[in-house]
Each structure stands twice: as structure tokens, then as C-alpha cells.
Write a protein that binds this ligand. Structure first.
Ligand SMILES: C[S@@+](CC[C@H](N)C(=O)[O-])C[C@H]1O[C@@H](n2cnc3c(N)ncnc32)[C@H](O)[C@@H]1O
Length: 313
């Protein structure tokens, strides 16, 4: 990862108009960007909430925050950037004494800069150390998972987090080929185990996704982050979540659906015993996808799916 900032690989934010509409951005207020990345969505939030809007932004990746700080320098005094997981957002929000917030954005996964810039080990198109950490102060790297996990755990993460049908075959081959320390070694190995599908995607896409999710504890963070967001929002505040694969989207969809149900007792129980409170209202019944125009402009937006919910209690 280079010390200088390469502007040619800056991430292009997706579904920006839909976020403006979904979060109902307006002047003033306190806003949270859980995944600041290179600051694209944060910039829009700051512009649309001017004057007076204040943004607290999180990212696990220090390099992303360096880029964002540079990109958002015009908004000094209206922004606070926090290095760390959005899963732990409540403590920094309490410290900042913001009170409950008006809107929260999650733009999950990885930025295109993290794929394109060397040092992350997230791309199978370059030979690099199998790292994959967003937070470089963390110990666990993808290389450790590949070289130290047993057969059961490896095949489980490939199946669960990558939805990889050849998970066992790949896990066996990895164990037989250890040590493996670079992205291209792993990509070549997967290539020999997996039949190319019609999508034209690289055969190692699913395994790389699974490893990244495991290394960064992405699904655990998402569960915790959604709960924290619900706590942090004021009534009538909104959360907008952009996900990029079915595992993430399922978690978001189920969370929003469960929190928008008044009573969660089984139909067979005549009187409510769960005492569930309806906390959210679904703003859109159906998931929102990028427009044709955006798909033409930015191919990387093609898997983005947006869900928005409003806190009602
Ligand atoms: C798709 S990018 C966000 C791009 C951003 N919206 C923009 O406009 O540039 C996702 C970002 O989330 C960060 N990230 C992933 N998991 C995180 C977590 N649990 N807490 C904080 N940041 C996280 C990644 O490091 C990455 O920078």
C-alpha cells in the first residue's frame, strides 16, 4: 500500500441519488456513514445537509480514511472520522455527544480502490501476499486462514460465505498444497478445482469473497452494526444499506423485516407472548437496484442492492 494517494483508483460511489432520497437528506442534522471508504457518499451527505449538517464516519481501513480526509477537506469542522468497525459505533457516538442521529448509511463490502491498489491482497489479478485485512492492526490474515484452518472450517467458510459448491474439493487441495502465501497461488489452485461457470467470473471469486468475509468478520459486524444503528437512530430517522451479495442482503432483509413486525409469535399462539415492539417501517417493499444509466456508467455497481427503513419506535 503506497503512502501517496493514487487518485486514478478512487472508488466511485454507487446509487447516490437513491441514497439522497432514501435517507431524506436535508440541511442540518447528525448523519453517520458507517463505511466511509474514499468519501464519495460522505461528500454527498455533507453537501446535501449543508449548512449545519454534521457527519460521523467510520472505516476499519486507515488508508481509506486518509483518502477520505483528503477528499473531504472542504468540510472541516463538519466531519469526524473514526478508525474502527461500525459494529462499535455506539461508543464513539456517545463520546461525540451527538444524541440520536438523523440517518445512517452502510455501503458494505470493499471499495474498488481496495481491489485495485496493491497491498490489500484482495485481487486475484495480481501476485500479492494473501492479506485481505481492512484493519492492518488486526493479526489474522487470509494467509493464516489458508495455512492453519482445518478441512472442516475451510470447507465451511467456502460453502457458507462463498456459496461455493466445490468447497470440499478446494479445501482438500489447499491442505495438500500448503504452504500457500500469495493471491495468484491460491487463484491458480482454485482454477484447477472449479469448472468455469457461464457468468464469466473468475473461478476464484467465491473463495476470495469467503476468505475476505472470514478475515474481516464481515457478517458478525453486520449483525451488530444493524442493531447499533437501530439504537443510534432517532424516531423518523432512516437507515440505508447497500449490499453486494446475497449473504449480506439476506441479513439486511431479515433484520428489517423482523424489526418491522409488530408481533413475532407463531400463528398458533392465540395471545401475543413475545411483546415485540415494531421498531422499523420498510420504506420500500422491494429491494432497489441501480438504474440502467448507472449500470452503463459504472459496471461495478451491478451487484448493488439497496434497502431503506425508518425507525418508528
Ligand atoms: C464499498 S466501500 C465504501 C465506499 C464509500 N461509500 C465511498 O463512497 O467511497 C466499503 C468500505 O467499508 C469498509 N468496511 C468494511 N467493513 C467495515 C466495518 N465493519 N466497519 C467499518 N468499515 C468497514 C471497507 O474498509 C471499505 O472502505
Amino acid at each position: 500500500m503506497s503512502a501517496s494517494i493514487d487518485l486514478s483508483v478512487i472508488h466511485v460511489p454507487v446509487m447516490v441519488d437513491e441514497i439522497v432520497e432514501g435517507l431524506q437528506l436535508k440541511a442540518g442534522g447528525i448523519w453517520v456513514d458507517c463505511t466511509v471508504g474514499d468519501g464519495g457518499h460522505s461528500r454527498t451527505i455533507l453537501e446535501k445537509t449543508s449548512p449545519g449538517g454534521y457527519l460521523i464516519g467510520f472505516d476499519k481501513d486507515n488508508q481509506a480514511l486518509r483518502v477520505a480526509k483528503q477528499e473531504l477537506k472542504d468540510f472541516e469542522g463538519r466531519i469526524e472520522l473514526v478508525q474502527g468497525s461500525y459494529a462499535g459505533m455506539l461508543q464513539p457516538l456517545n463520546q461525540a455527544r451527538t444524541g440520536l442521529v438523523d440517518g445512517i448509511l452502510f455501503d458494505l463490502g470493499i471499495s474498488s480502490r481496495q481491489v485495485d491498489e496493491s497491498g490489500y491482497g484482495l485481487s486475484f489479478n495480481r501476485s500479492e501476499t494473501l492479506d485481505m485485512r481492512f484493519d492492518k492492526s488486526q493479526d489474522l490474515m487470509a494467509m493464516d486462514v489458508i495455512n492453519e484452518y482445518g478441512f472442516e472450517d475451510l470447507s465451511r467458510i467456502f460453502k457458507e460465505y462463498g456459496e461455493e459448491r466445490y468447497s470440499k474439493r478446494i479445501a482438500r487441495k489447499i491442505i495438500d498444497s500448503r504452504p500457500i502465501s500469495t493471491t495468484d497461488e491460491l487463484a491458480d489452485l482454485v482454477n484447477t478445482c472449479v469448472r468455469k461457470d457461464a457468468s464469466g467470473r473468475h473461478p476464484a471469486t467465491r473463495v476470495f469473497q469467503a476468505l475476505r468475509i472470514e478475515v474481516n468478520q464481515e457478517l458478525e459486524d453486520l449483525y451488530a452494526g444493524l442493531e447499533s444503528a437501530l439504537t443510534a437512530l432517532k424516531v423518523q430517522g432512516r437507515m440505508a444499506v447497500i449490499s453486494y451479495h446475497s449473504l449480506e442482503d439476506r441479513i439486511v432483509k431479515n433484520f428489517m423485516r423482523d424489526k418491522s413486525k409488530a408481533c413475532q409469535c407463531a400463528k398458533a399462539i392465540p395471545v401475543c407472548v413475545c411483546e415485540a415492539l415494531q421498531r422499523l417501517r420498510l420504506v420500500n417493499r422491494k429491494v432497489i437496484k441501480p438504474s440502467v444509466n448507472e449500470l452503463d456508467r459504472n459496471r461495478r455497481s451491478r451487484s448493488a442492492r439497496l434497502r431503506v427503513a425508518e425507525k418508528i419506535g
